[in-house]
Design a protein around this ligand. Structure first.
Ligand code: DON
Length: 214
């Protein structure tokens, strides 16, 4: 619509289908409005195209969020998460979810709004970014873009991103940790309210993420 002019006819030859790149899975948005109201929203399915079943005549796909239940104790879901009876499928019950839409207050005032997709790595990505902001005083961009690590009990390994500090990797291996290198951890979106009233924003470099102000 950027070049749409209601007063002028378009030349058909110049019109073609647009290509919109869309992430195929969980989506997160972090928002602060002019009054400082914060919203952190994560919406999820488990795999690209959900259950791959289209509702006939309605034109939408069914989700595959049922995969976040444990089909049986000890059997992992598609993120390798192993659950027990507490996460068994029961009518009316909600499945275990890693979604972590988060608001942080400082002195009872809005401070940080943050969240991410990433399956089981979601709470890890949010936690590490918050530790980076709160304990290591990093700016929003460094806090989300510095390399992260993740452990989820099973599989018994520490997942590290590719530019993770090699000295730390060696130390962890010497302690007996199984290290698995590669992959990405989260695609975190953050807004931090600075003490001067300005908003510091950052969109994760790992994906097609973006920041906008109005
Ligand atoms: O609710 C959950 O924990 C999962 N459905 C999240 C899946 C997810 O983040 C996949 N996207 N990257």
């Amino acid at each position: 619509m950027q070049d749409y002019n209601p007063e002028k006819a378009s030349v058909s030859e110049n019109i073609s289908a647009g290509i919109i790149h869309e992430s195929n899975e969980t989506t997160h948005i972090s928002i602060i409005d002019a009054e400082g109201n914060m919203a952190s929203i994560t919406t999820t399915l488990n795999g690209g195209y959900g259950s791959k079943v289209v509702v006939g005549g309605a034109g939408f796909l069914l989700n595959n969020e049922m995969d976040d239940f444990s089909v049986k104790p000890g059997t992992p879901n598609m993120f390798g998460a192993v659950g027990g009876e507490a996460n068994a499928i029961v009518p009316g019950k909600r499945m275990l979810s890693s979604m972590t839409p988060t608001l942080v207050l400082k002195n009872k005032k809005p401070y940080v709004v943050i969240g991410t997709p990433g399956g089981t790595t979601i709470p890890t990505a949010v936690f590490e970014a918050l530790v980076n902001i709160i304990d290591f005083n990093m700016n929003a961009s460094d806090a989300i873009n510095k390399p992260k690590f993740h452990h989820q009990w099973l599989p018994d390994e520490v997942l590290v991103e590719k530019d993770f500090n090699p000295t730390v990797i060696k130390k962890l291996q010497a302690m007996g940790y199984n290290i698995k290198e590669g992959g990405t951890i989260g695609r975190t979106e953050v807004i931090r309210l600075l003490s001067n009233g300005k908003r510091e924003t950052a969109a994760d470099k790992r994906g097609d993420d973006s920041v906008a102000g109005f």
